[in-house]
Design a protein. Structure first.
Lengths: 424, 86
């Protein structure tokens, strides 16, 4: 129950309004997480992170700044954290996943903007999130039109650097992305006053690869017939990965994985035999967006995989650690990140291949293709996703939702019917 | 489901983690949880414990000089079907 009010006030936050968010978090967390039976003990670490999500980590970031360090806020899995950490700076996620921040975003953005963008902008404008106050510079990207305009609005209030992500995957696009990373390196070096050397990059590539490997190990446990961890818990871990200290996160996630692997050896599952295995595909679920996972897992399903930015897109494939010069390392980083299959690319058949592969690896019974309202890219690509799944004989349910609770009952009806259909 | 839950409240998360680690060594069940709103107006870490262990927990707190604010019982309704998210 540490009192962080002084810290929040010093950050210029609207503490009174922020209290309203603090008020609803314990109940929502209790309903989704503390209601679960037989949760792994290792989840206590992530409980702690959430319990003081606007306290512990923000305080660490402020300590880093007091020592002269810089903090970069990012919004997308394409922004290479390796560059930031190589300059002795810290990268932290800034994606907003709560309806609490949406009205703030709507003050300056059209209502028909996706809730993730509205929440992110609202968190800054309304001064109700410490991470948005702490970050010295925001790093945007060109992954959708809504974001591009949001960066322009935010840049009136805070330094913003925008990375121009190519929208095709030809060799020249990968080269262009490498050049963009090179420019980002220059910006980071100038902003921090620290040189990004080959040795520093070697270190940071290993650091971020370590986090990816820990998440991969976690997901590997979910492929088992006995599922040792709920989808809600796995989602929480993915969400926290964007904020936490990467070294500590890796250590704690590997420790949890030891427990999960023991559960597998002992035949322990958190779901009853025959529970239908569901994969979610589509738009990201930023913290604290737990709605759909909770609905699936209280409607007779088990979420075993997320083909999402808060899921496999974040950790699959490593950056090649064998490169020795900064130029080679940046090329390796560009190649790894351009392997992520986001709907902002055209064509994007790689994503369909990913979903089909993951469906086999995780032995899924059905797929729910989730689209955050007003995300035109994922909504449109849903046509190809659903067609490919139907062709492959994998049942698929397309869902569009936002951060409000108002569609929860309707979603329950649709998800329950879908799972019922899988059972018959 | 409405049920009585027991929470140990702390001045900061360091003390919460200290007690958590000591209780784990003793094999006493404790779950790290956000502090319920009725117990605090501030976000924060608390330990959810079982009533039968409270005597042992108090002894552990005394033995290791861990700072706690209080141990409180509340009636809490935990309902995964409530669909009130944040």
């Amino acid at each position: 129950m540490a009192d962080y009010r002084k810290m929040w006030e010093d950050l210029g936050m609207d503490v009174e309004t922020h209290d309203q968010l603090c008020a609803v978090l314990p109940q929502a967390f209790g309903d989704v997480y503390l209601s679960q039976e037989n949760r792994p003990e290792g989840m206590d670490y992530y409980n702690m992170v959430v319990a003081d999500i606007h306290g512990i980590r923000p305080a660490e970031l402020i300590e880093h700044q007091k020592k002269g360090g810089k903090v970069f806020g990012t919004f997308c899995v394409y922004v290479p954290d390796e560059i930031v950490f190589a300059a002795d700076a810290i990268a932290t996620g800034l994606c907003g996943g709560s309806q609490f921040w949406v009205p703030g975003g709507e003050k300056v953005l059209p209502t028909n903007t996706c809730p993730l963008i509205k929440a992110s902008v609202g968190a800054r404008i309304d001064r109700t999130c410490p991470f948005f106050r702490i970050a010295d510079m925001y790093v945007g990207e060109t992954t959708c039109d809504g974001k591009k305009k949001a960066w322009e609005i935010l840049s009136e209030d805070v330094p913003v650097h925008v990375m121009n992500l190519p929208q095709m995957k030809r060799a020249k696009d990968v080269k262009a992305w490498a050049e963009e990373i090179e420019s980002f390196k220059d910006v980071v070096e100038e902003f921090t006053g620290n040189k990004v050397t080959a040795d520093k990059l070697t270190e940071s590539i290993k650091l971020i690869n370590g986090k990816r490997k820990a998440l991969e190990r976690l997901y590997e446990t979910r492929k088992n017939e006995n599922i040792p961890i709920s989808g809600c818990d796995a989602l929480l871990i993915s969400q926290i990965a964007f904020y936490d200290d990467p070294g500590r996160f890796t250590q704690m996630t590997n420790k949890l994985c030891e427990e999960l692997e023991k559960r597998i050896a002992d035949g322990v599952s958190v779901f009853g035999a025959g529970t239908k295995r569901i994969m979610l595909t589509g738009t990201p679920l930023a913290i604290p967006n737990w709605k759909l996972h909770n609905i699936v897992e209280t409607s007779g399903g088990a979420v075993v995989c997320e083909e999402m930015c808060t899921g496999t897109r974040y950790f699959e494939r490593q950056v090649d650690e064998s490169k020795e010069t900064v130029e080679e390392q940046i090329t390796a980083i560009a190649e790894r990140y351009m392997g992520i299959n986001c709907a902002c690319f055209t064509p994007n058949e790689g994503r369909i291949d990913d979903i089909l592969r993951l469906a086999k690896e995780y032995k899924v019974d059905g797929i729910i293709d989730v689209n955050l309202k007003f995300c035109n890219l994922y909504d449109t690509e849903g046509y190809f996703v659903e067609r490919a799944m139907k062709d492959a004989g994998i049942p698929v349910l397309g869902i569009e939702t936002d951060y409000t609770d108002s569609d929860a009952q309707q979603l329950r009806t649709r998800v329950s019917a879908f799972i019922e259909m899988l059972n018959n | 489901m409405q049920k009585t839950q027991h929470y140990v409240l702390f001045p900061n998360h360091d003390n919460a983690m200290r007690l958590y680690r000591e209780l784990k060594k003793l094999g006493v069940r404790a779950v790290i949880a956000p502090t319920p709103r009725v117990l605090s107006t501030c976000c924060g870490v608390s330990l959810l414990v079982e009533e039968k262990d409270i005597g042992q927990i108090k002894a552990c707190i005394g033995e290791h000089g861990i700072e706690v604010l209080k141990i409180e019982a509340i009636e809490r309704d935990i309902n995964p079907m409530r669909d009130k998210y944040c």
